[in-house]
Design a protein around this ligand. Structure first.
Ligand code: HPA
Length: 236
């Protein structure tokens, strides 16, 4: 038990999916898991454990942003023994080659967050995905005929930049594919505690072309992404 999580040790599986939204965690558990059991509801930041294709798996909402995710992930690793953490989320697009609905597998995560920057002094640490999870997700996406891109994600602490796209400076020019708000902290914690992590995002709104996903596409895409993430999560 922690101030943010009332689950008991043993209540989570070693593989945990991390959507930002608590209601998406509920939807994932109810739609995909067999024998789903609610294990956490503190602050309505819902967590569930069940099975997927007979293998134990959990889902825990991370909330929005790196400070919130870092609390849940720190505790999942250090109190509950999580070993494989896969964020499933949405992101904005920063590159016109990434189309709405495409998946971005965040191979690396650049960030403006002091959560990451504050720890490395003069150095710019490069938060990266676990290679095995990344390779598995890419192979499975390819086999399923899903459109995906593996590359650099921006994990920003700011959703509403005062100066719009200029807030992202040179990042798109250096191949950064999309922007979300959690991956860099996830990868940094995973590196610190020696566990595996990956972020998979559906691109829902392109900041360059202004294309946006519609409600029906959103649901189908989320379904495909979650099934992919579950297959990767239970494999290890
Ligand atoms: N910025 C940050 N996070 C996001 C965005 C965005 O434009 N779209 C979806 N998640």
């Amino acid at each position: 038990m922690t101030p943010h999580n009332h689950a008991k040790p043993g209540d989570y599986a070693e593989a945990v999916l991390l959507p930002g939204d608590p209601l998406r965690a509920k939807w994932i558990a109810e739609t995909f898991f067999d024998d789903a059991k609610l294990v956490n509801s503190v602050r309505n930041c819902l967590g569930y454990t069940g099975t997927w294709k007979g293998k134990p798996v959990s889902v825990q909402a991370s909330g929005m942003g790196q400070p919130s995710l870092a609390i849940y992930v720190h505790e999942l690793i250090n109190v509950y023994g999580a070993k494989t953490l896969i964020r499933v989320g949405t992101c904005g697009g920063l590159n016109a080659k990434v189309k709405v609905r495409d998946l971005i597998l965040a191979q690396g995560a650049s960030t403006d967050s002091s959560i990451v920057k504050g720890r490395f002094g003069a150095f710019n640490f490069a938060p990266i995905a676990d290679f095995g999870l990344l390779r598995s997700a890419a192979e499975k996406a390819e086999a399923a005929g899903m459109r995906y891109h593996a590359g650099n994600m921006l994990s920003s602490d700011i959703f509403y930049h005062a100066n719009g796209m200029a807030g992202y400076d040179a990042l798109p020019e250096h191949g950064v594919l999309g922007v979300e708000m959690e991956a860099a902290a996830l990868y940094t914690l995973a590196a610190r505690f020696g566990v595996k992590a990956l972020t998979i995002c559906t691109m829902t709104d392109c900041l360059i072309t202004k294309d946006e996903i519609d409600a029906e596409q959103r649901q189908t895409s989320l379904r495909d992404m979650v099934e992919l993430a579950l297959d990767v999560a239970v494999e290890v």
